[in-house]
Design a binder for this molecule. Sequence first.
Ligand SMILES: [Zn+2]
Length: 412
Amino acid sequence: MKQSLLFVPTLKEAPKDADVKSHKLMSRAGIIKQVAAGIYTYLPLGYKVIKKIEEIIRQELDKIGASELLMPALQPKDLWDESGRWDKYGPELMRLTDRKDRDFCLGPTHEEVITQVVRDYVSSYKKLPLALYQIQTKFRDEMRPRFGLMRGREFIMKDAYTFSETEEDLERWYKLFTKAYIDIFKRCGLDTKIVSSDVGQIGGDEADEFMVMSEVGEDTITYCDKCDYAANQEHSLLNSGDKCPVCDGTIHTAKGIEVGNIFKLGTKYSESMNGKFAGRDGKPQPMIMGCYGLGISRTLMASVEQHSNEDGIVWPKEIAPFKVHIVPINLKDEDQYKLAYEIYESLKSSGIEVLIDDRAERAGSKFKDADLIGIPFRVVVGKDAKDLKVEFTDRLKGEKELVLASEILTLI
Ligand SMILES: [Zn+2]
């Protein structure tokens, strides 16, 4: 794509109310724009990254046999009365009334809607198990929205729900989703820890969270320096220096951003909402449920927290908005013009997502923008163009080298 046609409104200064590194960088790099407290527009570059994260999620969940559907954001109060959560959820539930004075909410989560969908169609054990997921905008009326995409009032999530006949089958799904989440976050370039947690507002029997270690995290994680043990401090009540409850290692603490959470719901919703099916003995029994959330806009934010330096973002390869950024220093120079567009066309025809900075800007400001928006591979076409050579940078490794234009395909 030609950069002159792409809408990337970069800024010299971050907005005053941007309070963490990722929020500052994403505002300056033209990734997101704040509309009101906790509400954002994803600008073209940011939306490209969101779509890449969504595609990774779809690939990994399709692999384990989950099917995608889309439920409404707008949910009637009746369903929330059935589960008893209309009164319990509190002021964080975004509530509204229609012209006939009927109550609705904008869903922060979809247990009620999915339980209604499945109970209305599934009447026998023969139709189980089922795993369903959606990618949907969620709403939460935060008292104090902050930290950019970390605590917003509107955010994008993937939520999945499983319906099983037995506890063993729920356990099987729980393990499948755990593995899928590990793979998803790895492909998004995120280093996560799995920590056991409280069940909180969702309810149920057992829960784990996927945490990205970061100083801006809102949760404190206690983890062992020797084994895989990790838990939310609220849950473990351990402190730095304590003995590990599992091995003879020592406990450390760190801040974490929660990017995913998985719950064994058990029969909490199927009991209250009559989600029953005829079992093998013909008797009605409640479906055993699991639910699995993954914050997509938060994953974007956590990725920028983990992958950036003082000059800008350095996107992990799989979620980068483009793979290669061609920066010609002077397009009025015939050699540079010709070589830059030759590389551009050849990468495009090889199916590589490439951005060329064809703007009539000075080299200095082109480089500043390139550093900010953080595309993993950079090709600078300058005075060596007459010898068909360019400066190639792998930004993740930080290595720069002079190479022949014909070698680029082998380097990326
Ligand atoms: Zn340990």
